[in-house]
Design a protein around this ligand. Sequence first.
Ligand SMILES: *Cc1c(COP(=O)(O)O)cnc(C)c1O
Length: 421
Amino acid sequence: MKIETKCLHSGYTPKNGEPRVVPIVQSTTYCFDSTEHIAELFNMPMECMYSRFANPTVDAIEKKIAQLEGGVGALATSSGQAASLLSILNLCSAGDSFISASAIYGGTVNLFAVTLKKLGIECIFVDQDSSEEEIQKAFKPNTKAVFGETIANPALSVFDIEKFSAIAHKNGVPLIVDNTFATPILCRPIEWGADIVVHSTTKYMDGHAVQGGGIIVDGGKFDWTNGKYPDFVQPDESYHGISYTETFKEMAYIIKARMQLMRDFGCYPSANSAFLLNLGLETLPVRMRQYCENALKMAEFLESSEHVVSVSYPALKNDKYNKLAQKYLPFGCSGVISFCIKGGRENAVKFMDSLELASKVVHVADIRTCVLHPASSTHRQLTDEQLEAAGINAGMIRLSVGLENIEDIICDIKKGFDAIK
Ligand SMILES: *Cc1c(COP(=O)(O)O)cnc(C)c1O
C-alpha cells in the first residue's frame, strides 16, 4: 500500500459484520476464558489486558503509525513529552548519558537538561551542523543514545539523519528522531537510518487541535545484544525473568517500553483520544500537501517584505538548510515558518497583537493559521544562551500556516506589518 492508502486502511480491518470505523472501546479491562490464557498473555502480551498500557482503539492507531513510519511496532503516549521521556528512559538509567542536537523543541530541552538531570541522566547537547569529528567528541563510554528533530521546532533547521545515524551506529548506540513537524508523509527517518522515531501527535497528525498525544515507533533493526544494553538481554526480574531480546526479537525495544515503562508510569492515551487522532491521520496526506503549498507562498511573501530581517523555511532556495531539505523533505517542509521582525521584541509584540485571522495560541501545526512569539511564551524558561543555541532570536515569530485560503492569510499578515510602520 502507498502511504495515502495506509492512512485510511492500516491498523484496523473490520471482519464480517463489524463496524467500518475503528470502534471506541471504552473499557479498562478485558475478559478471558481461562487463567492459562491470562498466563500466556503475561508471557507474550499480544492482546490487550488492561488500559493502563493497552487498548484496542489505541492499538489501531499504534499499528497505523508504525506502518506509516516503516517500523515494527509503536507505543502511544498521552503527550509528545511522554513519548520523548520514555524513548530515553527505555535506554538510559542513572549514571548514563545521551547526546542531543541543541536545536530541538524547548519543552524537550527542559526535559533533557533539567528533569532528566535530576534523575541522574546527563544530556550532552551538540550543534547539529558540526563536523563528525566534533560530534564524536561528545561520546562517552556511558553514552546510550543520540537524539534530534527532523525539522526543529521552532528553529526550522533540518537534521542530517544519515550523518547522525552513521555516528551513532559507529558508537554502538541508536538514533532517536523526533519527526513531529515532518510527519511520515514528508519524511520517514527509519528509511534514512534512524532506529526509533517519536512524535507529538498533538500537532499535524491530530491536526485539528482537539487532543494531545505522542507515539514512539520502533524501527526494529538495532542490535540490542551489542553489550551496551544489558537490560534488554538479561532477565527482567520485574517481568518474571523475561529477556526482551530473546523473547521479542526485533520488537524488544517497543515491548520493553510498554511492559516496563508504560506499565509503571501509565501515561497511556484514552480510547477517545485515539479515535480522534485516527480521524486526523486519515486526511494527513492531503493536509500536508496543502500546508506545504501555502507555507511556501507565505515564506516567499515574507522574504520580499521590508519589515522582515530574515525568514527560515527550509524549502526556500536560499535557506541555510535547503540542501538538506531537498534530500530529506523533497515534497515540502510542512506549514511552519519562522521569521524575525525588524525592531526585535517590541515590534514582534505589536505585529502579533494586530493580527485578526491568525490565532495567537501556544500551538502549531493546526488546521487554522496560528502565530506565536517564542521568546515571551514557550521558550520563556530558556536563558538567552539556550535561546541562541536553539536558534531563537527575541524578535522571532513562529507562524504556523493553516489551510485557509493563502490570500486571506497574507492579508492578515499585512495588517500586522501595517501596525509597525
Ligand atoms: C510539541 C512538541 C513536542 C511535545 O509534544 P506535546 O504533545 O506538547 O507534549 C515534542 N516535540 C516537538 C517537535 C513538538 O513540536
